[in-house]
Write a protein that binds this ligand. Structure first.
Ligand SMILES: Cc1cc2nc3c(=O)[nH]c(=O)nc-3n(C[C@H](O)[C@H](O)[C@H](O)COP(=O)(O)OP(=O)(O)OC[C@H]3O[C@@H](n4cnc5c(N)ncnc54)[C@H](O)[C@@H]3O)c2cc1C
Length: 307
């Protein structure tokens, strides 16, 4: 049994919405296909043939990376490799390069997209973890004809459940603040060597230091997966703000993060106890790196290609 019948490659978001509407829920968006084709082959075990796939990777509005008024815009159809190769993102949102740079292997990164990572709606998605720490917003074209910017986290409704119905709606692009002076980001993760497709645990941080660079003025932290949807570690963030960038603060924030985040055991990836332990390990790697980047203004992504 074929997995799909028709294949469309619309040139605009509007054309994609109209094409999906014609199939009335029986067609689905495909980007890189790295998640979708596995879902179609294994989860559905070939029992259901989609009427059509609507490929969004030729929509130019969805494949751009640009900076406007201190905001960086990244199309949902930009591949992980496209993000890794962007000097703009490496300098001004380093954590996103570090997370996209460890997704799968080169073949997966060359076709897998940031939009697919988010639309798949898993709380462990590496790109998702960094977008959360960057406090990103997402632009969605709803099947009603409306376009809307909304906070990224509003898209997540449960594991694998997105507010964007990929049989009708299109996730167009993301935007987030470019790092300014005294700001820095970093991403670290733990992955099993023979990785199933998602990390044991990932951690992305964004920090803003005071003018003298010795105190946390603001912080965003995302550690995942620790719940059914991605979330900011708000208690840990509060434990940083106004505190000096010292070991004592690192001890305190690690303690708060472990007290307030409650990862669960997953059959294929890790016990809850191991993940709990790794919260501290990841924070101790990511936070000082983000602080150093904020102080020096030098942001060279680490670990890219080491996934
Ligand atoms: C071997 C392997 C290793 C992997 N390793 C990792 C890893 O280390 N870390 C990680 O996070 N992920 C990993 N993944 C998962 C996957 O590669 C990523 O999540 C990737 O970003 C998915 O993007 P895609 O373009 O391939 O999505 P697709 O498979 O094309 O789509 C995924 C879902 O999103 C929907 N969709 C896609 N784009 C849009 C859009 N613009 N608007 C609305 N709906 C949309 C599709 O309909 C589908 O439901 C791995 C996958 C494989 C096969």
């Amino acid at each position: 049994m074929p997995l799909w019948h028709d294949y469309h490659t619309p040139a605009t978001v509007e054309e994609a919405i109209q094409t999906l509407a014609r199939y009335d829920g029986e067609a689905r968006i495909i980007a890189g296909g790295t998640d979708l084709l596995i879902d179609l082959q294994h989860t559905m075990q070939g029992r259901h043939t989609l009427a059509a796939l609507v490929d969004v990777t030729a929509i130019s509005e969805m494949t751009q990376i640009e900076e406007q008024d201190d905001l960086i815009y990244v199309g949902a159809g930009v591949t992980h490799t496209g993000i890794v190769d962007s000097p703009l993102i490496e300098q001004k949102a380093t954590c996103l390069v570090e997370s996209c740079g460890v997704v799968g292997g080169p073949q997966v990164r060359n076709v897998g997209t940031l939009g697919g990572n988010v639309a798949h709606a898993l709380p462990a998605g590496d790109g998702t973890t960094s977008l959360t720490a960057l406090n990103a917003e997402a632009e969605v074209a709803w099947h009603t004809g409306q376009r809307e910017w909304l906070p990224l986290l509003q898209l997540f409704k449960g594991p694998g459940l997105s507010a964007v119905d990929s049989t009708r709606d299109v996730l167009i692009r993301f935007r987030f603040k470019a790092s300014q002076q005294q700001e820095g980001t970093a991403f670290k993760r733990i992955m099993r060597p023979q990785g199933v497709a998602l990390p044991v645990l990932g951690c992305a941080v964004w920090v803003k230091l005071n003018d003298s660079g010795d105190t946390y003025a603001d912080a965003h932290i995302c550690i995942g997966p620790v719940a059914s949807i991605p979330a900011r570690a708000s208690e840990a963030e509060q434990a940083l703000i106004g505190q000096p960038t010292t070991e004592t603060t690192l001890d305190a924030v690690s303690h708060t993060a472990r007290e307030t985040l409650h990862p669960r055991t997953s059959k294929y990836r890790s016990t809850a106890a191991y993940r709990d332990y790794m919260i501290e390990t990841l924070l101790r790697q990511a936070l000082p790196l983000a602080v150093e980047r904020a102080r020096t203004g030098v942001a060279q992504a680490e670990g890219v290609g080491m996934g």
